[in-house]
Design a protein around this ligand. Structure first.
Ligand SMILES: O=c1[nH]cnc2c1ncn2[C@@H]1O[C@H](CO)[C@@H](O)[C@H]1O
Ligand SMILES: [Zn+2]
Length: 341
């Protein structure tokens, strides 16, 4: 591990709560629920809930969410895993994080929408008090869900806007469910003043990127790997100042690119597209922001100065008012100066 990466202040914009539950906590909570686990210890369990080399697609990757989903059905669990994720991130010197989750996925055993959202917000408040880490939430609509359910996410979530919730997202199996299914919901979100980010072009479907920008009002795109296929799409991203939330380790696991050399980040930066680096799912992808940056340094020749520029992009792309971005820039600059960076 490049030692300096551990120390520098960082920002996380694309992190799924259910994909980032501490394995020890998940194991404990599953056993408490009486779940029969066919593993002999926590080490084996960790393998069960994170992807290995055998993963060949996004669909395969998404299968890893079956255990996390079992533990996000109680308010106290949701609050705890939010708090613990923020504790872990604060130890890695992450200053600000946007945590995303799909409320409807936590409503399978009777929790209400409000119970789910307020549990996340409680975890965030507690972490802010104790670890001084700032965070906001992004509500996810699931692609396979009906357009009506996505509308409900937008409608029910409105009262939390500006009170911990800053945006809505669309996630899940991109291969079988195009963005336009959810057009109405995102139109409403736009009108209500939500920020919008959409998972698009993650595993090859380039047209989902312009659709997300033009039909769903996306200001940021999750992954966007397929933009490399079409110069017009890259031009659109640049022209509209759409930031990409790239997650290199996850992208390799889902086979978004064939090899590291094909990872399009350099081209995007040369084209003037705003790129940010994120983890996607710390547990499922077995990663951290430090590992993601280290990966860029080891495999794609990024320097620490390049990394600092990427972190500054994350500040710019954050769903925060200018004054809060300025505050983040100030504290980041102060800390970097300690290391003469
Ligand atoms: O990289 C991804 N692409 C698409 N969907 C994802 C990704 N990571 C997680 N999820 C989906 O989002 C849900 C809510 O967090 C997860 O349960 C998973 O199904
Ligand atoms: Zn994601």
């Amino acid at each position: 591990m490049k030692e300096i990466l551990k120390k520098i202040p960082k920002i996380e914009l694309h992190c799924h709560l259910d994909g980032s539950i501490r394995p020890e906590t998940m194991y404990e909570l599953l056993l408490k629920e009486g779940e029969k686990l066919e593993v002999k210890d926590i080490k084996e369990f960790e393998k069960l809930v994170s992807v290995r080399e055998e993963c060949d697609s996004l669909k395969e990757y998404l299968k890893k969410f079956s255990y996390p989903l079992k533990v996000v059905q109680r308010g106290e669990n949701i609050e705890r895993i939010t708090y613990e994720l923020l504790e872990d991130l604060s130890k890695q010197n992450v200053k600000y994080v946007e945590i995303r989750f799909a409320p409807f996925l936590s409503m399978e055993k009777g929790l209400s929408f409000d119970e789910v959202v307020s549990s996340v917000l409680k975890g965030m408040d507690r972490a802010k008090e104790e670890f001084n880490i700032l965070s906001n939430a992004i509500l996810i609509c699931m692609r396979y869900d009906s357009g009506e359910n996505s509308l409900k996410v937008v409608e029910y979530g409105e009262k939390y806007l500006g009170k911990g919730v800053v945006a809505v997202d669309l996630a899940g199996n991109e291969h079988d469910f195009p963005p336009e299914i959810h057009k109405e919901a995102f139109q409403l979100a736009y009108e209500k003043g939500y920020n919008i980010t959409i998972h698009a072009g993650e595993t090859g479907i380039v047209e989902n990127i312009p659709k997300s920008v033009e039909l769903l009002h996306a200001k940021r795109i999750g992954h966007g790997i397929a933009a490399i296929k079409d110069p017009k799409v890259m031009e659109l991203l640049k022209e509209k100042n759409i930031f990409l939330e790239m997650c290199p380790i996850s992208n390799l696991q889902t086979k978004s690119v064939d090899s590291i050399e094909d990872y399009p980040i350099r081209t995007y930066l040369e084209e003037g597209i705003g790129v940010t680096i994120n983890t996607d799912n710390t547990t499922v992808s077995n990663t951290t922001l430090d590992k993601e940056y280290e990966f860029l340094m080891d495999n794609l020749g990024f320097s620490i100065e390049d990394i600092i520029k990427l972190i500054d992009n994350s500040v710019e792309a954050a769903f925060l008012p200018q004054s809060e971005k300025e505050y983040l820039r100030k504290i980041i600059k102060e800390e970097l100066s300690i290391y003469k960076l």
